[in-house]
Design a protein around this ligand. Structure first.
Ligand SMILES: C[S@@+](CC[C@H](N)C(=O)[O-])C[C@H]1O[C@@H](n2cnc3c(N)ncnc32)[C@H](O)[C@@H]1O
Length: 218
């Protein structure tokens, strides 16, 4: 069903550095149990992109109990952590796509998402890697197609290079989205959400202040 082409390739790690042994059979059985297949018209959906260790998906699932969170990540160590958390906390409203978010975009032809989160996308700070950055104007336009009317995208980054890149992407999409918090950008995420992910903690420990962009579909 899902089929990524080269242009939208997913870069970065699939396994952690520790090379801790994992039972892949168990992993894929659990992934299958929680696998996202397609949207059901009767439900409200939230798309959580690049969830790392899954903290954002757990946060969103607890905050929006009547909605379904689709967690999109190919990092196996992170997904294992998320699956453990889902099982331990008996969370019923998370489904996983163990792979590239483009698979979901390409297989969804309905406007089924009520909210999209992109928390600390990989900044790829080196110029020669800039084509790997996820939040391009083309990507935002693709998200526009699967968002319900007047729905929002929340993007967080602590990278000044990525802030400039995202600003450019937003500008190119000014007919698609209104940037709601432009007068307050650089506010602490915690002014909006009480959540600390691995990359949030890294940013704070390195005294980098994360910026939050809130876009609403026009
Ligand atoms: C810097 S980490 C941030 C993780 C987490 N959101 C956090 O705040 O700790 C970015 C994550 O996005 C994932 N990612 C990058 N491109 C992706 C894509 N096209 N589809 C799904 N996940 C992606 C990476 O595997 C990585 O785990």
């Amino acid at each position: 069903m899902f089929n990524s082409n080269y242009k939208n390739r997913l870069f970065g790690r699939t396994r952690g550095r520790s090379k801790k042994k994992i039972n892949l059979k168990n992993y894929y059985e659990l992934i299958d149990k929680y696998k996202f297949k397609k949207c059901n018209d009767k439900l409200e959906y939230i798309l959580d992109i690049g969830t790392g260790y899954g903290e954002t998906s757990i946060f969103l699932a607890k905050k929006f109990k009547d909605e379904v969170v689709i967690s999109c990540e190919k990092y196996i160590d992170g997904n294992i952590n998320l699956l453990k958390n889902i099982e331990q906390n008996k969370i019923k409203n998370i489904q996983l796509h163990n792979g590239n978010v483009y698979d979901v975009l390409e297989s969804t032809n309905k406007k089924c998402f009520r909210l999209i989160w992109i928390f600390f996308p990989d900044p790829w700070p080196k110029n020669r890697h800039s084509k790997r950055r996820l939040v391009t104007s083309d990507f935002l336009k693709k998200l526009h197609k699967i968002l319900k009317e007047k729905s929002e995208i929340h993007i967080t980054t602590d990278s000044t290079i990525y802030v400039r890149f995202i600003l450019n992407s937003i500008y190119k999409c000014k007919d698609y989205f209104v940037w709601l918090n432009q007068s307050e950008m650089n506010l602490h995420i915690k002014d909006y959400f009480d959540i600390e992910t691995k990359y949030y903690k890294k940013a704070i420990n390195s005294q980098r202040k994360p910026s939050l962009f809130i876009l609403r579909k026009l």
